[in-house]
Structures are given as structure tokens and as C-alpha cells.
Write a protein of this length. Structure first.
Length: 105
């Protein structure tokens, strides 16, 4: 599956638009993750714990987006947009949402 943030793929014309697709991944922050993240932030200036959690959420969302595209019969996704948000009563969960256009090239 070819995935790009651009609205087209140079040299690969779109033969068929399958439509907009969406996916998301939500990860809850635990007390342990928060504690270790705080300690690492304090000691090293950045938190590899949270970086790892963000990367995992992003990868999960992209896998889900690919599955959505495959359901439509697409072989590429163009115009991909990725957003990060916190959700929940106190913003304790991280949501990564991703969207794009499923196409056949």
C-alpha cells in the first residue's frame, strides 16, 4: 500500500477514487507511565516513554487506515493527515486520528 501526504503521486495517475477513509488509535496513560515519563523528563529533558507511546499510537492508527483502504479495494492512500489529541475527562488518554483518500493508481 502506497501512502502519501500529498494530494497526488507524481507519475502515477489516479484511476479511481474510492473515498475518504478514517482511523484512530487511543492509548490510556497509566500512573506508571506518567511517573517514569516525569522522571525521564526531569533527568534527560525528554521522555522516551511518551515518545514510544506516541509512535505506537501513530503506527496503530496507520495500520487501521491501511485496513480501511484495503476494504475499499484501494492500493494507495493520498492526502494523509495525522492529528494528536488528548481525550477523556481529564485528558488522560491520547488519541491519534488519521484520514486520507483511498484510491486506485
Amino acid at each position: 500500500m502506497l501512502i502519501t501526504t500529498t494530494p497526488f503521486i507524481e507519475g502515477r495517475p489516479v484511476k479511481e477514487y474510492k473515498g475518504a477513509i478514517y482511523a484512530q488509535s487511543i492509548l490510556g496513560a497509566t500512573v506508571t507511565t506518567d511517573l517514569w515519563g516525569s522522571i525521564r523528563d526531569f533527568l534527560h529533558g525528554k521522555s522516551r516513554t511518551y515518545e514510544s507511546a506516541l509512535a505506537q499510537a501513530r503506527n496503530d492508527a496507520m495500520k487501521n487506515l491501511t485496513k480501511e483502504a484495503e476494504k475499499t479495494g484501494a492500493n494507495a492512500i493520498i492526502g494523509v493527515d495525522l492529528d494528536y489529541n488528548t481525550v477523556g475527562p481529564q485528558g488522560q488518554m491520547l488519541m491519534v486520528s488519521v484520514s486520507g483518500t483511498a484510491v486506485v493508481i
